[in-house]
Design a protein around this ligand. Structure first.
Ligand code: BES
Ligand code: MN
Ligand code: MN
Length: 462
């Protein structure tokens, strides 16, 4: 019987080349100009699942982009692992900050990745991490090492809110029945500090529009006498945090889960260097909510951030104008027990209430989702922990992440399943940013670790 390690050694060039082909297709779900590319990517995923040994693969149409579903059921009495991932990617902008074109993958060595990393949009989030599961399945089916049933559900709308996946899941409970959900779409602390993500933050995303006068005005003739929507919007936004960087929206913290001192002490044990953190971002100081550490601020505490703000004249030179409108996109990251729809309502009524009479305010909710935390005493967590121990030689650390995968809480609600987040990315992989990359070492380590999860999960489930 061939071991996973020798299988990887023999096939790693092919594993890399297949991923590179996948990364060449710009499957940008947010931009309709790329519709055909997104659809083409779904077809490639379908073929790759067939080649990896799934018995049945289908493209499930939705009102948006399709979901690729595949399965290999070897024995109905054995446990079933449901793998989730996404084949869509974020837009690559700003293009001029990329060192190589985002959809022409290149392998380059970096300080953290002496074996090389693949640079391309989606390399880590999530094509590279999703494809590790396809290759792990290939190993297991070709070597008679698949110990249980497996189902794959790979969607094309994660980066735009997974709305249609939510409907698909609610309508296909039986088809998706499983004993555990396995996802690689998060990160780990460091290459020598394996970790398993035990929490994700929720999200409420809104867009605001502030309207002053009915047309753009000469800033000399009217300046000082009418409300400037940009001045007003920035002033309103500035009041959303107080001097301690607490969020000022009434009721915002009402349901926030508070961690005990011992839980916080446990969290603080995870290796973290503030100096390296500052150095990596080229900042002189960190900034955030008073009373919390950096790791707490970006995982167990809720936040409010402006993601984009625009209005007025931004062309070359100077134009003296008071714009009629100003806009901002605002995200709030939420923690357990905060309900995203409730928070969206709180934001809306507060934001409307603080607007001066001289302007009109419109708040438009975008997407959102609930946060998630998973216990570390479940069979799924134990199996994952043993799998990492096997391939990294170290027990992984549980870690709550600041990012969001809103569909995970829905899986729990609709399918009654726990999700295990086995991520192999690093914070420095620049997901959503220019020069996104994924270490070759991380990619192959993921492929190596995943089959152990199946083995231990099946054993522990007996
Ligand atoms: N894979 C990320 C989420 C992530 C990354 C979680 C790293 C933890 C660690 C996912 O693709 C993502 O980007 N999610 C969005 C939310 C979504 C609704 C657009 C996010 O977190 O901004
Ligand atoms: Mn992702
Ligand atoms: Mn993403």
């Amino acid at each position: 019987m061939q071991t996973i390690q020798s299988y990887i050694n023999e096939n790693k060039d092919r594993f890399l080349n297949e991923l590179i082909e996948l990364l060449k297709i710009p499957s940008i779900s947010a931009d309709s100009a790329y519709k055909n590319d997104v659809l083409k990517t779904a077809e490639i995923i379908k073929t790759s699942l067939e080649n990896a040994g799934c018995d049945h693969v289908e493209i499930c149409e939705t009102d948006g982009y399709p979901i690729v579903y595949g399965e290999k059921i070897i024995n109905k009495d054995l446990p079933t692992v449901l793998v989730y991932g996404h084949y869509d990617v974020q837009p690559p902008d700003p293009l001029d900050l990329w060192n190589s074109p985002p959809f022409e993958p290149v392998i380059q060595k970096t300080e953290l990745h002496p074996d090389g990393a693949i640079f391309a949009r989606g390399a880590c989030d999530d094509k590279g991490q999703m494809y590790m599961h396809v290759k792990a399945l290939e190993y297991m089916t070709k070597n008679d090492e698949l110990p249980c049933n497996v189902k794959f559900m790979i969607e094309g709308e994660e980066e735009v809110g997974s709305e249609n996946l939510g409907i698909f899941v609610a309508n296909n409970r039986e088809k998706l029945e499983n004993d555990v959900i396995l996802i690689s779409d998060t990160g780990m602390i460091a290459k020598d500090v394996p970790s398993i993500t035990t929490g994700l933050r929720g999200l409420s995303y809104v867009e605001v529009e502030v309207t002053g006068p009915n047309r753009d005005l000469h800033s000399g003739l009217y300046g000082g006498a009418v409300a400037n929507p940009i001045n007003v919007l920035t002033k309103m936004i500035a009041t959303l945090h107080d001097d301690n960087n607490h969020i000022t929206i009434p009721g915002f913290y009402d349901n926030v889960e508070h961690l005990s001192e011992s839980e916080r002490a446990e969290m603080a044990k995870a290796p973290f260097s503030l100096d390296s953190y500052k150095k990596a971002l080229d900042i002189d100081a960190v900034y955030g909510e008073k009373g919390y550490t950096t790791n707490e601020r970006n995982s167990i505490r809720p936040t409010l951030d402006v993601n984009g703000i625009w209005g007025g004249y931004i062309g070359e030179g100077a134009k003296t104008v008071i714009a009629s409108k100003a806009y901002a996109k605002i995200s709030m990251r939420l923690v357990p027990h905060q309900d995203w729809e409730e928070i969206t309502e709180l934001f809306k009524s507060h934001f409307e209430s603080i607007a001066p009479d001289a302007v009109k305010v419109k708040v438009t909710p975008h997407h959102g989702g609930q946060g998630y935390v998973t216990p570390i005493d479940s069979i799924g967590y134990k199996a994952a922990s043993k799998a990492y121990e096997q391939t990294f030689g170290k027990v992984p650390i549980p870690q709550r992440s600041g990012g969001s995968i809103p569909i995970v809480s829905l899986f729990e609600k609709e399918l009654n399943s726990k999700t295990i987040l086995m991520g192999f990315g690093l914070d420095s992989d620049a997901i959503h940013s220019p020069n996104e990359h994924f270490g070759i070492w991380n990619y192959l380590k993921g492929i190596e670790t995943i089959p152990w999860f199946y083995k231990y999960f099946t054993e522990l489930k007996k």
